[in-house]
Design a protein around this ligand. Structure first.
Ligand code: B12
Ligand code: NAG
Ligand code: NAG
Ligand code: NAG
Ligand code: NAG
Ligand code: NAG
Ligand code: NAG
Length: 430
């Protein structure tokens, strides 16, 4: 369908004239790369049992140009295993990430030939997301972050998608941009990257056929960028520390949509570097998501030569620093489960324990009130049910984690509890 359109001369001219590479990029200078060592060590030294974790890390290391051949080979095999043996279990976004990890820094033309099969599978999974939206009140099988990943991978690796559909899906008013009743910066950022890719390739191919769509896509990008900038905090973060890297990528590729004074990139960069030294990115996935932006890279660079420059020499990959150890002293916290009623208890755990330890202690006290299930994910254990009540994407239900009535920005496996915490898991909609 898209091939039917000829590239009109006007389009070509416009493409040449439009400063689409115009950028507002601040990045860590080469002489300061050592500040990134903790991120890279975390990623290289961790063991990955799941293909999706390996995919995130592999993609990030490739974008950063850091190639430790033995671990890269191992991760590549893991991702390949996952897509060959586990295809039906992969969500659309997991497959999209795997495709990007395997295809990054390869000649897109040869990659395209070898892995056409994967792209076809992604087209099918993307279609299934849209069908689920049509059946279930506009709710995809997964979420809009993953739909963004899908469109990005299809766009970068020449899959088939409808530009009109993409323009229509990613309107900023769509409820799927909100999670927990707030604009999700991560989701918005992924959409900006995906839409920018689509916009650029439409310019390249067939501007004339898609005038309306293009207009809409540009409008969507502009509004999403505005919403992202609206989440900019006094300290420089955009959303929270875990969304800032992806927000930076989105702002790098969309600088024509905001004024220079609207975003002080250096302030954001400095804050992230400070947080690295405080250990905020101890989880490989967190490190993987933030690293490319710090080196001035975005997911749109996947097919570019610049993505493959070997930077390995600049880094000192040292053993990971030990995670904080659990101490012999004890602390007391308040813990409750809220569905309609609230079920509460006091729990004593060792100092340095995480939220999950508290939940396990409570479960021992009373399995009826505090029994729960979780699944392993790339961010650690994700709570799927409490008291037998199970979260479901079709009606946007989930188990929300809070402390003192405020939602946490970490999961049960990583949030370290403190004396007097008022922990809660609450049956919620997002
Ligand atoms: C969509 C989403 C959700 C959805 C997930 C359901 C759905 N409809 O898909 C909802 C809104 C329910 C959700 C909930 C939470 N989320 Co969330 N979520 C995301 C988001 C935007 C995309 C995830 C995704 O699809 N990734 C792509 C696919 C390919 O990877 P995946 O590993 O297969 O994805 C799965 C897991 O990520 C899992 N998941 C989603 N969120 C979280 C959070 C934790 C801690 C864990 C272990 C797993 C998990 O759900 C995904 C789909 O199955 C990310 C943003 C990001 N930068 O990654 C945040 C993100 C992962 N979430 C985050 C957080 C903090 C939470 C909550 C703890 C919030 C809270 N206070 O309750 C809860 C989880 C509580 C629980 N039950 O354990 C943080 C994690 C930071 C960290 N250091 O741990 C992120 C990075 C957002 C942010 N910037 O703060 N989330
Ligand atoms: C295959 O999928 C299952 C179910 O989603 C998951 O638990 C398992 O870890 C996956 N295998 C690999 C190698 O990633
Ligand atoms: C999917 O995962 C389940 C268990 O998690 C596994 O038994 C099954 O073989 C997997 N199927 C495919 C085709 O990937
Ligand atoms: C590509 O997708 C469009 C719309 O999604 C569809 O109409 C068309 O038939 C597809 N083409 C191929 C070759 O799959
Ligand atoms: C990159 O350079 C490092 C040393 O600087 C070397 O060990 C590594 O093999 C190189 N990687 C590639 C892919 O050339
Ligand atoms: C556990 O909670 C249930 C429901 O509130 C209650 O009926 C039961 O007696 C409790 N069991 C114990 C051992 O406290
Ligand atoms: C969500 O859907 C599940 C499964 O269909 C159902 O059990 C649950 O009651 C629904 N919850 C809400 C709040 O609609």
């Amino acid at each position: 369908m898209r091939q039917l359109c000829q590239l009109p001369l006007v389009g070509l001219l416009l493409f040449v004239l439009l400063p689409s590479q115009l950028c507002n990029i601040c990045e860590v200078q080469e002489e300061d790369y050592s500040q990134l060592d903790p991120l890279i060590s975390t990623m290289v030294k961790s063991k990955y049992t799941r293909g999706i974790q390996a995919a995130n890390v592999l993609l990030s290391l490739k974008l950063a140009g850091i190639s430790d051949q033995s671990s890269e080979g191992q991760m590549t095999r893991q991702v390949e295993d996952d897509v060959t043996n586990n295809m039906s279990n992969l969500t659309s976004g997991q497959l999209a990430l795997s495709i990007m990890a395997l295809g990054a820094c390869q000649n897109p033309n040869t990659y395209f030939k070898q892995d056409r099969y994967l792209i076809r599978q992604l087209e099918t999974k993307f279609k299934a997301e849209i069908e689920n939206m049509e059946r279930n009140d506009g709710n995809p099988l997964t979420n809009y972050y993953q739909l963004g990943l899908d469109v990005l991978a299809l766009c970068l690796f020449k899959g088939n998608y409808s530009t009109t559909k993409v323009a229509e899906l990613f309107t900023p008013e769509n409820k799927n941009f909100r999670l927990g009743h707030k604009f999700s910066v991560d989701t918005g950022a992924m959409a900006v990257l995906a839409l920018t890719c689509v916009k650029r390739s439409t310019y390249r191919e067939n501007i004339k056929c898609h005038k309306k769509d293009l207009k809409r896509i540009k409008y969507n990008i502009a509004s999403l960028v505005k919403k992202i900038l609206h989440e900019k905090k006094e300290n420089g973060l955009i959303g929270n520390i875990y969304s800032t890297g992806e927000a930076m990528q989105a702002l790098f590729v969309s600088s024509r949509h905001y004024k220079e004074r609207e975003w002080e990139c250096q302030r954001t960069l400095d804050k992230v570097l400070e947080e690295i030294s405080h250990g905020a990115f101890r989880m490989p996935i967190a490190a993987a998501q933030v690293l490319p932006a710090l080196m001035g890279k975005t997911l749109l660079d996947i097919n570019k030569y610049s993505c493959c420059i070997n930077n390995t020499g600049y880094f000192n990959i040292s053993p990971v620093t030990a995670t904080p150890t659990v101490s012999p002293s004890y602390i007391k916290v308040h813990y409750s489960v809220k569905i309609r009623e609230t079920y509460s208890t006091e729990i004593t755990v060792r100092k340095g324990s995480v939220f999950l330890d508290v939940m396990e202690e409570a479960q021992k006290i009373n399995k009826t009130e505090f029994g729960f299930t979780s699944v392993e994910s790339s961010w650690g254990p994700y709570i799927t049910s409490v008291q037998g009540v199970t979260a479901n994407n079709n009606n946007r239900t989930y188990w929300q984690l809070l402390n003192n009535g405020k939602p946490l920005d970490q999961g049960v496996g990583s949030y370290i509890v403190h004396e007097g915490d008022n922990l809660e898991v609450r049956w919620s909609t997002y």
